[in-house]
Design a protein around this ligand. Sequence first.
Ligand SMILES: NC(=O)c1ccc[n+]([C@@H]2O[C@H](COP(=O)([O-])OP(=O)(O)OC[C@H]3O[C@@H](n4cnc5c(N)ncnc54)[C@H](OP(=O)(O)O)[C@@H]3O)[C@@H](O)[C@H]2O)c1
Length: 221
Amino acid sequence: MQVLVIGASRGIGLEFVRQYRAEGHAVTATARDEKGLAVLTELGAKALPLDLLDPRQCTALGRRLEGERFDVAILNAGVYGADKAAPSPPTEAEFDLVMHTNVLGPMRVLPALTDCLAQGARLALLSSRMGSIGLRTSPNGWLYRASKAAANSVLKDASIAFGGRATCVAFHPGWVKTDRGGGQAELSPLEAVQGMRAVLVRLRLTDNGAFLNHNGEALAW
Ligand SMILES: NC(=O)c1ccc[n+]([C@@H]2O[C@H](COP(=O)([O-])OP(=O)(O)OC[C@H]3O[C@@H](n4cnc5c(N)ncnc54)[C@H](OP(=O)(O)O)[C@@H]3O)[C@@H](O)[C@H]2O)c1
């Protein structure tokens, strides 16, 4: 299988690379600094530089991926950003960092995938249950929540644009022990990624455009 992981220097993205490489799959993965690229190369992945905040690098990614045919594409990169509860406003810089990474980033990368998804490919965007409007009971982290709700909208549109060729889903990975999730989180990256990979394998065409928990359970938008 050919696998693409966007944002793979650490945490959940790196674990996707580890697990797919451990099974011998061909993995292309991105990181935004030399240290991250070296980690990926060490794992036997084809490492490409990508900072989602740099539009030129996103355009260059499209050229670098020309001719590839990915069976699995994981859009993992994301930031939590300023931890403010409603109605405490983010600054413009705080807003831009989170929205540009979590929303504009996927919108910049998805065009690069138009011609390099294999027929029957699976594409997953790492969203968050915090982006669910239907399940919401807390106003904390409202900037991150807004960004993941918007990212869900981006994934839904991608599922329509790519439908017929790829099955596209938004994932809540669970609360995962990473730099983002912290040490108190419920799942190890290993468990979370094992769960999501198993879900990807059993996706059917009718799952296109779904919002799923790491165990495959459907989540309310
Ligand atoms: N952990 C959780 O409990 C949890 C829960 C719900 C959803 N999620 C989502 O799952 C995804 C992965 O989370 P994680 O816990 O693994 O987070 P993490 O440990 O903080 O890792 C985030 C990854 O995103 C990359 N990234 C950030 N900004 C980027 C940019 N501008 N361009 C390219 N890459 C960028 C980071 O690269 P650098 O190393 O260069 O910073 C890193 O590889 C995120 O989308 C997150 O929102 C996580």
